[in-house]
Design a protein around this ligand. Structure first.
Ligand code: IVH
Length: 669
């Protein structure tokens, strides 16, 4: 393509993709399939690679991240980022409304909003283009996290409509709960400790150096304030207008924002969200009440720290008192140490709580815990309840202080904590019993070697009988050894030995996942297997070679290099190889990457193929099978007897529906 043609094509694609992004992320509508979208995006990526001089610095390709920021620059806020005065008391809200109503002669209008529990951000737009995004920091200066913020799909890179030429918009970046849960599930899969709560994780994510990881995590943002431009006379109207420029702003239709002139209206909004907040797909920690009219806001002015024209009402987190009975330190399969508090059982939010996570040594230090202490336990958005404080007036005399262990309780080796990490690790991965058992359990799991007839209890028994110390030992087990184990009947022993034998047919990528290399989850294992083809190539790959592979970052690369450097791991792999496990990818006939990036839902009854065969075909050609229809689904393959509700959902979401024949044509088979 000639440069001038490329320039025009890049502009055209940029515009088209920006339009579809807005439609999808802000208006929740879809005109083209994910597959078509990805095709356009890939085209743009390729053209930008060839003709970087024409790439817009806010190209939709920035959404996938890629910039590595070693250190975030400090930026002074043009308008200081103040905080809100807040209260937990409804009475104080009433007093505030009455007080400021008296200060102003005219009738006041209030805007009630949600208080999003995330991280504040200020984003500057010049000529409709996202120029810079800065965190709150200390309120007068924050960190420049622009490259990370550009990956957040609901924040427009290019505005539309009649926007002001130079202004700042502020809002809150947060972790949607569904994405947060998904992230934690993936961490469990990797043997990593779960993240404690969405807010801190959003904050940590925003400060990550690799914007590619940020892009994958799926942060979101609501915008709530404009600085440096007068788009309307009041706050409420301005927020609505900003919606027209492409921002995700709260809407009155679902009561995310509401205008009222009365105390009753304010109190009703508070009561509604105190009741309904658990149904929201993100966390809020209260509501914010603001005076609407900008002139009146100016009249009311500011105190040193916060505006007089706004106040936050914070919801009380449900909190109970109970006794801290003991603290245990759990060792995960990767050696991560998690302190867990055993509590005197207590009812909280409808469930009985017996345990609370203490996360790490810093947390224990901060709480200054003693055994037998009366502790306050809260259930926020977190999965596991947490101890938020100690009622020291009840402290028992001569109580024993809770001290984080310095040596592993299971194997006594000294614990290690890397600079900048909150977690302690036991590095004795090859000899520490819970790590050994955890690794074996991971190896035999459904997504790895999927060994029939073997579960956690049997692993314990095999370990106790000194029959296994690592996953290679499984392949030396004989029927006679196994049958001697307590409660192991002939049939179960047979099943186990046969299950182990059959696992030798499991493909390389799953064996690789099963090895439990830190940070090598299912997807990464697939990627590595596909790219490097066999274990020898992986073992020889240098750090630099590894990070050149798409989706492999420094953390993963480093962990792989460390794993293969260890002679014990080399020996383990040699033994597994001799046992006959697959350490090389088998490029089977009929495989292609024709459906790369596309996701499918297969539903109904078919003629030429069974449903499983269709699903296999999808995977063989690089596509992904997903269980249920969502706006992210690219295609639905509809057979006879597909449920009408499914069909309607697909049609409503504008997802392309294929017949069996369409699909066959698509694959050219
Ligand atoms: S307005 C001058 N509105 O709460 C104050 N803040 O302590 C401007 N927040 O740092 C803030 N939801 O991060 C405002 N609807 C909302 C908010 C909100 C959450 C956060 C924001 C701010 C903190 C105030």
């Amino acid at each position: 393509m000639k440069p001038n043609e490329a320039k025009i094509e890049i502009e055209r694609l940029t515009k088209e993709l920006t339009y579809h992004n807005h439609l999808y992320y802000i208006e929740s509508k879809q005109e083209i399939s994910d597959f078509d979208f990805d095709t356009l995006l890939k085209k743009l990526q390729e053209l930008e690679k060839q003709f970087p001089q024409y790439a817009s610095k806010n190209s939709p390709t920035k959404r996938v991240g890629g910039d590595i920021t070693k250190k975030f620059d400090s930026v002074v806020h043009k308008y200081p980022m103040l905080s809100l005065s807040n209260t937990y008391s409804e009475e104080e809200i009433r007093d505030w409304v009455l007080r400021i109503s008296k200060l102003s002669e005219a009738q006041l209008e209030f805007v009630c909003e949600l208080k999003y529990d995330g991280v504040a951000i200020g984003i500057q737009y010049i000529d409709g283009v996202l120029e810079q995004a800065v965190t709150r920091g200390d309120g007068s200066q924050g960190e420049n996290v622009t490259s990370n913020v550009k990956t957040i799909k609901t924040i427009p890179l290019q505005l539309k409509g009649d926007f002001p030429l130079d202004f700042e918009i502020r809002g809150e970046i947060f972790f949607p709960l569904a994405n947060f849960d998904q992230l934690n599930k993936a961490r469990i899969d990797l043997g990593e400790p779960e993240f404690a709560n969405p807010r801190n994780t959003a904050s940590g994510t925003l400060k990550m150096q690799d914007s590619k990881i940020v892009a994958k995590r799926g942060l979101d943002c609501f915008l709530y304030g404009i600085y440096g431009a007068d788009a309307a006379v009041g706050h409420y109207e301005t927020v609505q207008v900003a919606g027209n420029w492409g921002f995700k702003t709260p809407k009155a239709s679902n009561r995310y924002i509401e205008k009222t002139s009365s105390i009753e209206g304010v109190m009703d909004f508070i009561a509604y969200w105190d009741r309904e907040r658990s149904k929201l797909p993100f966390e809020i920690d209260g509501v914010v009440i603001k005076v609407n009219d900008y002139d009146q806001q100016e009249e009311l002015g500011f105190t040193a720290k916060s505006p007089r024209w706004a106040i936050a009402y914070k919801f009380k987190a449900e909190r109970v008192e109970t006794i801290l009975e003991s603290v245990v330190f759990q060792v995960g399969r990767t050696g991560a140490i998690t302190p867990v508090a055993n509590l005197k059982p207590v009812t909280l939010g409808g469930t009985t709580v017996k345990r609370a996570s203490l996360h790490n040594s810093d947390q224990i230090e901060k709480l200054d815990l003693y055994l037998g202490d009366t502790v306050y336990v809260e259930k926020g958005g977190e999965i596991i309840p947490k101890i938020v404080g100690v009622n020291t007036s009840n402290r028992i005399e001569n109580a024993e202080k809770v001290i984080f262990i310095s040596n592993c309780l299971e194997c006594n080796s000294q614990l290690d904590r890397e600079d900048g990490e909150a977690q302690h690790y036991c590095l004795n991965s090859l000899n520490c019993p819970p790590q050994i058992k955890g690794k074996i359990e991971h190896f035999i799991g459904r997504k790895a070697l999927n060994i029939d007839g073997l579960g956690a209890e049997t692993v314990d028994a095999l370990f106790d009988a000194s029959l296994v110390r690592n996953v290679a030992d499984l392949y030396d087990l004989t029927f006679h050894q196994v049958v001697k184990i307590d409660r192991m009947a002939d049939k179960s022993a047979n099943n186990l030995v046969q299950g182990i034998r059959e696992s030798k047919e499991i493909p390389f990528e799953r064996v690789l996942f099963g090895l439990g290399i830190r940070f090598v989850g299912e997807t990464v294992a697939k990627k590595l297997a596909k790219t490097l083809k066999n274990i020898d190539a992986l073992c020889k790959a240098t750090f630099d070679e590894l990070i050149r592979i798409d989706e492999i970052g420094e953390r993963i690369a480093n962990s792989i290099v460390v794993f293969f450097k260890n002679p014990a791991n080399q020996e383990l792999i040699d033994r597994l190889k001799s046992a006959g496990l697959k350490f090389e990818i088998i490029e089977e006939e009929g495989h292609s990457d024709r459906l790369n990036g596309a996701s499918f839902v297969v539903s109904g009854v078919f003629k030429a193929f069974s449903r499983t065969e269709l699903k296999d075909l999808i995977e063989m050609n690089g596509g992904k099978n997903v269980g249920s229809i969502s706006k992210k689904t690219s295609y639905v393959i509809a057979g006879d007897k597909m449920g009408p509700s499914k069909l309607k959902k697909a049609t409503d979401l504008g997802i392309r529906i294929l017949t069996e024949d369409d699909f066959i044509k698509m694959l050219d088979i």
